[in-house]
Design a protein around this ligand. Structure first.
Ligand SMILES: CC(C)[C@H](C(=O)O)[C@@H](O)C(=O)O
Ligand code: SF4
Length: 472
């Protein structure tokens, strides 16, 4: 029978089929941990007198609560300090490999796994974090789990799971210059809505997806959860294999050949049926930005703030009214006229080396606009080191941007990098919820190219809007 990629990975991991209403029990190949969602799970193990079943398949990093400056000083915020210290104690007690602040491999959990070669095609990957969907870019079945499930995986290396439906997201054609993976996924979410993926594993397919680099594919899969999906996946291909080859945890020698042979069987079979299909024309996409307070409230940069009155669906209309009032925006204002105070380049969506390179290319020869602060936060210390080898930090600093240490940073208000009430950002992260980047902060989700151009002009912009007058 023809099967989809997701079905193949699922079936390869069933330890025990559930009968009737019972869920299947799946084996988990990789368990990622961070400081926010692990403490109660470790407590649970301790109370039950259990050890970790497979510490060798478990890895932890510090990302959410870490400051991105003065990292050699004690963490000032007591809550954050406790989180980080608790993770350190737990990892030492239970024998889990941890990359703490300052370590060469520390970084955002979803940047660290792939860069170490831990994330591989055909795996099941879990983490107590919704953006675990990122790892699906490798053809892994990867999803976020709750804290009680984290404990279950720690104790047994398995997880009871209910079946899912499959949705194909076909993106055909080629992206125009200046249009990126971030624009693709923002357009997908605007099309299917923040609940459109509920109950589904999304598979991104088509010529525009095949043409993406691994890092761009991670950007797409990262935001699957913002469409409500269980996971997002892309079939592994030569691009995937080339990315993994030679990484610290990649198979080598005969194991590599055997792995590639297996990975090559994972793509969805010809004739396999999806429960739903959505199609997007890549050639028609332009830079996309959000105007509202959920990731589905987005439009092409060339559009204007929508008029809620013109929205037929009542729920959507009310949501739009509320969003505009929170965002301090007037219907009809061209999106390009929206002025920002802050630009944030980073996060597990867009904090990898290609994102930094793309933004640096725009910033070279330019300066951040008066009154705008720009934070550049590499997704991991390895990304930071690579960027410094390439001199990108000098480009950012010469442009007046702040060059930071690795972490989640301004993606969410759990560390010192936050917006003040009423401040507005252009942010390469994945969520624009009320207060996400700090209480009262207003977030516009954008690509790294739009982030950089916006920093220069001070209003939401794409690189194509920069004129010779913007050069310094
Ligand atoms: C803190 C963590 C549980 C959360 C998540 O699950 O995604 C965070 O990473 C986020 O992006 O909102
Ligand atoms: S960078 Fe943002 S989205 Fe990613 S794990 Fe951290 S807080 Fe969550």
């Amino acid at each position: 029978m023809s099967r989809t990629l997701a079905e193949k990975v699922w079936e390869a991991h069933v330890v025990r089929h559930g009968s009737g209403a019972e869920p299947d029990l799946l084996y988990i190949d990789l368990h990622l941990l961070h400081e926010v969602t692990s403490p109660q799970a470790f407590d649970g193990l301790r109370l039950a007198g259990r050890r970790l079943r497979r510490p060798d398949l478990t890895i932890a990093t510090e990302d959410h609560n870490v400051p991105t400056v003065d990292i050699e000083l004690p963490i000032a915020d007591p809550v954050s300090r406790t989180q980080v210290e608790t993770l350190r104690r737990n990892c030492a007690e239970f024998g889990v490999r941890l990359h703490p602040m300052g370590d060469a491999e520390q970084g955002i959990v979803h940047v660290v796994g792939p860069q170490l070669g831990l994330t591989q095609p055909g795996m099941t990957v879990v983490c107590g974090d919704s953006h675990t969907s990122t790892h699906g870019a490798f053809g892994a079945l990867a999803f976020g789990i709750g804290t009680s499930e984290v404990e279950h995986v720690m104790a047994t290396q398995t997880l009871p799971l209910r079946p899912f439906k499959t949705m194909a997201i076909n993106v055909e054609g080629s992206l125009r210059p200046g249009v990126t993976a971030k624009d693709v996924i923002l357009a997908v979410i605007a099309k299917i809505g923040t609940g459109g993926g509920q109950g589904y594993v999304l598979e991104y397919r088509g010529s525009a997806i095949s043409a993406l680099s691994m890092e761009a594919r991670m950007t797409v899969c990262n935001m699957s959860i913002e469409a409500g999906a269980r996971a997002g996946m892309i079939a592994p291909d030569q691009t995937t294999f080339d990315y993994i080859k030679g990484r610290p945890h990649a198979p080598s020698g005969a194991d590599w050949d055997a792995a590639v042979e297996y990975w090559s069987t994972l793509a969805t079979d010809e004739g396999a049926e999806f429960d739903a299909e959505v199609t997007l024309d890549a050639d028609e996409l332009t830079p996309f930005v959000t105007w509202g307070t959920n990731p589905g409230q987005g439009l092409p940069l060339g559009a204007s703030v929508p008029d809620p009155e013109a929205i037929a669906d009542e729920n959507e209309r009310v949501a739009a009214e509320k969003a505009l009032s929170y965002m301090g925006l007037e219907a009809g204002t061209p999106l390009r006229d929206i002025r920002v105070d802050t630009v944030f380049l980073g996060s597990c969506t867009n904090g990898r080396i290609e994102d930094l390179r793309a933004a640096a290319d725009v910033l070279r020869g330019h300066h951040v606009a008066d009154g705008v602060r720009m934070l550049v936060v590499p997704g991991s210390m390895r990304v930071r080191a690579q960027a410094e080898t390439e001199g990108l930090h000098e480009v950012f600093q010469a442009a007046g941007a702040e060059w930071r240490q690795a972490g989640c940073s301004m993606c969410l208000g759990m560390n010192p990098d936050q917006l003040k009430p009423g401040e507005r950002s252009a942010s390469t992260s994945n969520r624009n919820f009320e207060g996400r980047q700090g209480k009262g902060g207003r977030t516009h989700l954008v690509s790294p190219l739009v982030a950089a151009a916006t920093a220069v002009r001070g209003t939401l912009s794409s690189p194509a809007d920069l004129t010779p007058a913007d050069l310094v």
